[in-house]
Design a protein around this ligand. Structure first.
Ligand code: ADP
Length: 450
């Protein structure tokens, strides 16, 4: 087992990883930018190394400084968390070159699955259903026109390097293609430094259903069923729950088995998520894979009492997984993302000082956060300040508990998404489990107006 793990991240996920390391008797090294010198992950780690100024390029994305920090402190593994360098194949290679274990999949797997067009092609070859569309990247506008016509409008233009809902455009008709093609390409270039694009059919009212998988170094892959992440804004998740109200056991087993088949095809090691869109007729299609731990992983941890970070660390150290398929039994969990944003003003970021902070507690309530009273939210990083996760024996119980916990949560000094979540938990269609990725578009007036 590893003796010391460096956590190449910040915020709640850095804290989350430190907690599991402590429970496993592994020493921890935090890294931080000067903007985070007072952050909790710095205080709670055994050692901490400053890796640069606030801009991510100079600190949390600064590979040379992070590797130097690992070498100085004698860390034998690096956990990248999510975001920053978590899906950077080059970083995973540099770690290996320095004899440091990267806690995640092999660099070549990150490379394949991190390129969304290539990932789709690979999953198709593995026999996993994918959204109909181009076979790999599309080079020219003329080619795009031809493919769009063949699959039929509306279509979606997507960036191969995409993430966070960026570089993506819905095209309703051929006249709009040229214009939106150019915009999406520019956005992709600016956000990812890569403007390779691909095209797929735009599905009308799908749900986003993803499967948590865990693979080891010997070709075994377990899955831990699904999370439904259909409550989104601008293609970014706001709420996640498991089990999905849209799946029966038969469909759950089929999606789970498809995910495992795909993961085995690339010899997937570590935690990963296979994301699918599920249409109204029960057809499901692979859209992408996240080759890392995800923000919403606690939902799965709560329904199975399974520490995904611990399992990631064990797998990285060469311990095999069972290859079991886990199915939920009388246990429900939901997570809401609490961002420092004003939900009633187009989710405008609201950085600044948290003047008062009280987190909810009680049975079945978990709060993963790095925030505290007096904490100043730096403007340089993402706006998520807490994840509230609740679990219970029924979906109704979860919603009641979530509402109670949200009402108990006090965060003053900055605007947060709590008031939005309070409304959502009382929305009759949400309560019925009757929602898809367009929910906020449809009910925006009720949910997002002051
Ligand atoms: P990103 O990598 O930016 O997260 P994804 O490919 O995972 O992008 O898609 C994000 C979200 O966009 C999905 O959860 C879904 O809501 C929507 N979406 C993606 N592809 C399609 C599609 N073909 N049809 C309809 N909606 C889609």
């Amino acid at each position: 087992m590893f003796k010391k793990i460096l956590i190449a991240n910040r915020g709640e996920i850095a804290l989350r990883i430190i907690r599991t390391c402590k429970e496993m008797g592994i020493k921890t090294v935090a890294v931080y930018s000067t903007a985070d010198k007072d952050a909790l992950h710095v205080r709670f780690a055994d050692e901490a190394v400053c890796i640069g100024p606030p801009p991510p390029q100079e600190s949390y994305l600064n590979i040379a400084n992070i590797i130097a920090a690992a070498e100085i402190t004698g860390a034998d593994a690096i956990h990248p968390g999510y975001g920053f360098l978590a899906e950077n194949a080059h970083f995973a290679e540099v770690c290996a070159d320095h004899g440091i274990k990267f806690i995640g999949p092999q660099p070549e797997v990150i490379r394949i699955m991190g390129d969304k067009a290539l990932a789709k092609r690979t999953m198709k070859a593995a026999g996993v259903p994918v959204v109909p569309g181009s076979d790999g990247p599309v080079e020219t506008l003329e080619e795009a026109k031809k493919i769009a016509k063949a699959i039929g409008y509306p279509v979606m233009i997507k960036a191969s390097a995409g993430g966070g809902g960026k570089g993506m455009r819905i095209v309703e008709k051929e006249e709009d293609l040229e214009h939106l093609w150019n915009i999406a390409k520019k956005e992709a270039k600016a956000a990812f430094g890569n403007d390779a694009m691909y095209i797929e059919k735009f599905l009308k009212n799908p749900r986003h259903v993803e499967i948590q998988i865990m693979g080891d170094q010997y070709g075994h892959v377990s899955h831990l069923s699904e999370r439904d992440c259909s409550i989104q804004r601008r293609h970014q998740k706001l709420v996640e729950e498991s089990p999905s109200p849209a799946l029966n056991q038969e469909l759950r087993e089929r999606i789970g088995e498809a995910a495992v088949k795909g993961a085995k095809y690339v010899n997937y090691e570590s935690a990963g998520t296979m994301e699918f869109l599920l249409d109204e007729d029960g057809n499901f299609y692979f859209i992408e894979m996240n080759t890392r731990i995800q923000v919403e992983h606690p939902v799965t941890e709560e329904i199975f009492f399974y520490d995904l970070i611990k399992e990631q660390i064990k797998v990285a150290a060469g311990i095999p997984v069972s290859g079991r398929f886990y199915y939920p039994k009388e246990r429900y969990a939901m997570e809401v993302r609490i961002n420092a944003e004003d939900p009633f003003n187009d989710f405008m970021p609201s950085p600044g000082k948290i003047t008062s902070f009280h987190k909810p507690g009680g049975h079945g309530v978990r709060v993963d956060t790095h925030a505290y009273a007096g904490y100043v939210i730096p403007p340089y990083y993402d706006s998520m300040i807490a994840k509230l996760i609740v679990s219970d024996f029924s979906r109704k119980g979860v919603i009641n508990k979530m509402l109670r916990a949200l009402e108990e949560f006090v965060i003053e000094g900055v605007k947060t998404t709590i008031p939005f979540h309070i409304r959502l938990m009382q929305h009759p269609e949400f309560v019925k489990g009757n929602y898809n990725i367009r929910f906020l578009e449809i009910y925006g007036d009720e949910l997002l107006k002051p």
